[in-house]
Design a protein around this ligand. Structure first.
Ligand code: NAD
Length: 285
């Protein structure tokens, strides 16, 4: 089975459109502020895609662009103003930032209630504690794909390859919460194949084309490929060698068209949730 993230993301977006229309009718127009520093071409594309996706479901987006050599204080001032603006529900700072920035410091400047990327340390802490928070978009999108495919996670062996703060670690928290036995593998893991072969659910987020081959996958496993790699010939591939993995796996995500579209859909979902929470807190006060 191919897990079609593009089709699922389209369904999620259709649901969100309804929620956005309802909120707008109640006087709250869900709004996402996007901060972009510098002119990294990949970041430009990501920001353009996020803004277009917002427009598609009726979320208002506001872009704030800064030159690559701007002082961090300018960006902090913009974040402070957005934190204080009740018409803005989500704030996203596109990473990476130029070297004069400390990315952690920038992310932690964002109000917790508006951290729709879910990268703030307190959001991640809350995620591990199972408390209300914004789950980072990529792992949240993976969970939605697994739910859609009716993958039973309770007691399942889940292996995640990659331990980044934005994918691997929050993915571990979500799978653990769903009842899986979780292993986090990484660049220092000895005998990666022995670890991945145990997985009923294998999530790969490394950024190395062809790292995982069919021989490293347990027959009947569900394989989620988070990796996005651009080859010299221009093709976009994941970290899993699709041709050898597909015959072994029960279900697998393609690249492109798997996790990528779900990441953006979850960003929209978090923005709508932020707006809903704001409306609820208005009603309660
Ligand atoms: P990262 O570079 O921060 O982390 C990579 C991880 O891979 C590290 O934890 C490292 O220990 C591990 N690693 C490196 N070499 C390894 C090896 N040989 N064996 C095992 N583990 C190894 O990357 P990231 O930000 O987590 O992104 C990972 C990949 O996912 C990239 O290709 C990125 O483009 C992609 N990505 C996709 C989406 C999406 O929406 N689909 C979102 C975020 C990231």
């Amino acid at each position: 089975m191919i897990l079609d993230g593009k089709a699922l993301a389209a369904r999620v977006r259709a649901e969100l459109k309804t929620s956005v229309a309802r909120l707008t009718a109640q006087g709250v127009k869900p709004t996402l502020a996007v901060i972009l520093v510098g002119d990294d071409p990949a970041s430009q594309v990501y920001v353009r895609n996020k803004i277009a996706a917002c427009g598609d479901v009726g979320i208002e987006s506001r872009a704030f662009r800064f030159p690559a050599d701007c002082a961090p204080a300018e960006v902090f001032a913009a974040i402070d103003a957005l934190n204080a603006d009740p018409t803005v529900h989500g704030i996203l700072v596109q990473l990476p930032l130029p070297p004069q920035f400390d990315e952690t410091e920038v992310i932690e400047r964002i109000a917790l209630a508006k951290d729709v990327d879910g990268f703030h340390a307190e959001n991640l802490g809350r995620l591990w504690q199972g408390r209300p928070c914004f789950a980072p978009c990529t792992p949240a999108g993976v969970m939605r794909l697994l739910a859609e495919a009716n993958v039973d996670l309770v007691g399942a062996e889940a292996v995640i390859v990659g331990r980044s703060n934005i994918v691997g670690k929050p993915m571990a928290a979500l799978l653990l919460q769903a009842g899986a036995t979780v292993t986090l593998a990484h660049s220092r893991t000895r005998d990666l194949a022995a670890v991945t072969q145990r997985a009923d659910v294998l999530v790969v987020a490394v950024g190395r084309p062809g790292l995982i081959t069919g021989a490293m996958i347990k027959p009947g496993a569900v394989v989620i490929d988070v990796g996005i790699n651009r080859l010299d010939d221009g093709r976009l591939v994941g970290d899993v060698d699709f041709a050898s993995a597909q015959p072994v796996a029960k279900a697998i995500t393609p690249v492109p068209g798997g996790v990528g579209p779900m990441t953006i859909a979850m960003l929209l979902a978090n923005t709508v949730t932020a707006a809903e929470r704001q409306l609820q807190s208005q009603d309660a006060s």
